[in-house]
Design a binder for this molecule. Structure first.
Ligand SMILES: [Zn+2]
Length: 139
């Protein structure tokens, strides 16, 4: 008698595509924020630097808010003074020890390592993505 054992996880890892963060869709945040985050994670927002990279003639690739640095995603959403001030207020508001992040990668690394119950983590994600969306809408 031949016994065949099947490792379901190994099969799934080989056959199923991995779930990239860029394709995450969270039901607890508004659809428009999900769509925004999809573009955000793929760095497909219509930032000046992205437009110039795609060959579109833009008058300047400097940040339209501060005019001090290139208008990259990390600058506009984390480093620029307006964004930095908003993140500081968010930290106080939700009373959490969030480090000063200079990029989405920094924020995501911090978020992934939050050692709290799932419900609170969900709320932090919702607040974080809403903050990014508000910065995009109003800057
Ligand atoms: Zn700026």
């Amino acid at each position: 008698m031949i016994v065949i054992t099947i490792d379901q996880n190994a099969i799934e890892e080989r056959l199923l595509p991995s779930l990239s963060p860029s394709t995450w869709w969270e039901n607890f945040i508004p659809k428009k924020v999900n769509v925004f985050m999809w573009k955000f994670r793929l760095d497909r927002l219509l930032l000046r630097i992205n437009l110039a990279t795609r060959g579109i003639n833009v008058a300047s690739i400097q940040c339209h808010v501060c005019n001090n640095q290139l208008e990259s995603m990390d600058h506009l959403f984390f480093v620029c003074e307006t964004a930095n001030n908003l993140w500081s207020r968010i930290k106080v508001w939700i009373d959490i020890d969030m480090p000063s992040c200079s990029s989405w990668y920094d924020w995501w690394q911090w978020f992934e390592n939050i050692d709290q119950r799932h419900r609170k983590k969900e709320k932090i994600y919702a607040i974080g993505t809403a903050t990014l969306w508000l910065l995009w809408r109003f800057l």
